[in-house]
Design a protein around this ligand. Structure first.
Ligand code: ZN
Length: 462
């Protein structure tokens, strides 16, 4: 069903696997179930640990005064239709309307202007993990298109030179690659066309992955802001010669779309399939009783096993239901490894180990279990990564003319001269979006016949 009706599969799994409840009475706002929120926490723990290597976490207010939000004209043009406004406090009209942050540049940069004094303050690298609000008018969808983005990790950096900021965008790409590798999510990194760059940026790099329905999902963006915001918000530093210089800035973000990708890319018709590192339950132990056997001995062995495996997030399911019902329940929640102990396992001093990703069952000696389990955890990630990559690769196709992409799903590579008019024509003729520029190759722009080494990526996207 994931293959034939992805949209329905996606909506069902959010409820069935207890990720999100869509019944909150405001369009585009959803509720995290505790299980989903744990998945969110573990996923963002990975992201935090990567950022904490050389960024500092901070927090800026949700409300942004209108005059600050409107300062950068190109930036506000990109967002003005999506801003929620607070205009009243109690019964009193506010002197200055306050925006709910659609993104935080205009909350953070006035403070950067105060904080940054000299070259010794640079580079400055901070991030925050917050909610942001956008008045989406398109069809909203949990974790993908929301009016409250609940989990926006946004990093903001300031540097002495344009080149330093460029190096930071490269570092951010490397960081996001590491993050998505740990989630087993394949990606394509491209440079967004100039007409689709972040409002106020010199250029935008983006991570896209491919959803099971063949549409691309943008799962991360990285922006070189040059001195555009520094000039607007007067963010300067004194260089070594005593001259005032504008800083060069970058910002980069990831939202809960990373979780939408994990659910969609790895999940199957039985439910979630989770990378062990972020699985809220990594191992479930299920006792298999039978009439002839000594239930107490089995339960005792299961309890010992649970204690032995305390370094994992492990659950011993002793509920009074049939094993089959338990298998079904934990498969749905994507538990990577199931261990069963029944009479035969007990007599052989072994455990039955079942992998969620392959369904493969094997008997493992108790004495070898720790080792075999650690190995299985690594193999799960490797296997789901391989599968996901194979899907992306098999759905990425080089084409000669844009019409070849029409009515098809997947990602298409096509020569392009980089002009906006040809880019727009490519979009029109293929009925897809130009995601951006990918690795170069010699060719001719199919619209204007100009020789070029640039290739565009075309895809229908979320
Ligand atoms: Zn052209």
């Amino acid at each position: 069903m994931k293959k034939t009706n992805f949209s329905e599969w996606y909506n069902d799994i959010l409820i069935d696997a207890q990720i999100m409840d869509v019944r909150y009475p405001i369009k585009g706002l959803y509720v995290w179930f505790p299980f989903g929120f744990k998945l969110r926490k573990l996923t963002y723990d990975v992201l935090r640990s990567l950022l904490d290597r050389d960024h500092e976490e901070a927090y800026f207010p949700l409300l942004i005064p209108e005059n600050e939000l409107l300062k950068e004209s190109e930036h506000i043009k990109g967002f003005e239709e999506e801003v929620f406004w607070v205009t009243r406090g109690g019964f009193a009209e506010l002197d200055i309307p306050l925006a709910l942050r659609p993104t935080s540049e205009t909350a953070i940069y006035p403070m950067f202007s105060i904080w940054i004094r000299s070259h010794a303050d640079l580079p400055l690298k901070i991030y925050q993990l917050v909610n942001t609000f956008r008045y989406e008018t398109k069809h909203t969808r949990p974790l993908i298109r929301l009016r409250e983005i609940t989990s926006f990790k946004e990093a903001h950096t300031a540097h002495a030179s344009w080149e330093d900021a460029k190096l930071q965008t490269d570092a951010a790409v490397a960081l996001y690659k590491e993050f998505y590798d740990r989630l087993g999510i394949p990606y394509i990194v491209s440079r967004r066309p100039q007409w689709d760059r972040f409002p106020g940026a010199d250029y935008t790099l983006a991570f896209d992955t491919l959803m099971p329905d063949g549409k691309s999902l943008q799962v991360g963006t990285i922006h070189h802001l040059g001195t555009n915001f520094a000039k607007t918000f007067d963010i300067t530093y004194e260089d070594r010669d005593g001259n005032q210089q504008f800083v060069n800035q970058t910002c980069y973000g990831i939202s809960e779309r990373c979780i939408a990708a994990v659910i969609s890319v790895h999940g199957d018709d039985k439910g979630l399939v989770l990378p062990p590192e972020i699985a809220p339950v990594q191992v479930v132990i299920i006792p298999i009783y039978s009439k002839q056997a000594d239930s107490e001995a089995i339960l005792k062995a299961c309890n010992e096993l649970r204690d032995e495996l305390s370094r994992y997030r492990v659950v011993l399911d002793t509920d009074d239901v049939r094993p089959g019902a338990k298998f079904y329940k934990w498969e749905k929640q994507g538990v990577p490894i199931r261990l069963e102990i029944g009479p035969r396992d007990l007599s052989k001093s072994s455990v039955t180990l079942v992998r969620r990703d392959t369904g493969k069952k094997e008997s493992v000696k108790r004495s070898e279990l720790q080792f075999r389990l650690a190995e299985a955890m690594i193999n799960v990630l490797e296997n789901i990564t391989k599968k996901a990559r194979a899907f992306l690769v098999s759905h990425t196709v080089a084409i000669e003319i844009p019409e070849q992409a029409k009515g098809k799903t997947g990602i298409f590579q096509i020569s392009w001269c980089r002009s906006e008019s040809c880019g727009r024509k490519l979009q029109e003729l293929s009925d897809a979006d130009v995601l951006g520029e990918t690795e170069p190759m010699e060719g001719l722009c199919p619209i204007c016949d100009a020789p070029t080494t640039i290739r565009a990526l075309l895809a229908r996207s979320y």
